[in-house]
Design a protein around this ligand. Sequence first.
Ligand code: PGA
Length: 247
Amino acid sequence: MIRKKICVANWKMNKNFIESNDFLKKITQKDLSSNSCELVICPSYDSLFLFNKLNPQLSLGAQDVSYLNSPSSTGEISVDMLTSHNCKYVIIGHSERRESLNETNESVSLKMKEIYNSQIIPILCIGEKLDEKLGKLTYKVLEKQITKAFSKINFKSEKDVLIAYEPVWAIGTGQAAGHNEIKQNMKLIKKIINNIYTNNCNIYLLYGGSVNENNASEIINIDNVDGFLIGSASLEVNSFYKIFKQL
Ligand code: PGA
């Protein structure tokens, strides 16, 4: 069970391993001790190995995983491989992958199935697009994304699951969703989860979409927000650290 707020850096396809190493050297010189927030970095696969001997106060996550369980899957990375790097978390269903790489609710559910029975904690990304928001389809979209993602697993009470609510129109735009909108949609997500038999497993909600050092403290105080998934503002040590210190 995670009792802290969670601050996750999603580096996407930024930073080769030299740049990742540089960031890690700088951030580990800072005081990362915190009783209130867990810091998680999700670098690209080629930088996972850099974390082996790192500060225990920094957790490691991957940005994706394969749902194929046959070794004859060229170019794929398995849950077992991530486990061997001591990955604690893995992101699945990010909207950029749904958009550009044909990630579907079905493939996300297969990934969830692979992860759920491992030691790794899934970070399931969900969120509506602008036209869906304008068409008042947000509830429907979120409900489908969540129920489908969980459709192939048997919930265990001791398992942690993170759901990152990231309105697609807020990602990388510099325009985070407003206070009331986040509050309302977090409530919708809670309602959707309450309609599923989760065996009391621990589900935490993150917000993602243009989080930065100026809006972090307001957003973290919204009901049901347990942390952040951060893209752009996680790429630079000082801006990411400033967010972490507010949690
Ligand atoms: P952003 O990205 O913070 O740059 O909006 C968030 C994400 O894509 O997870």
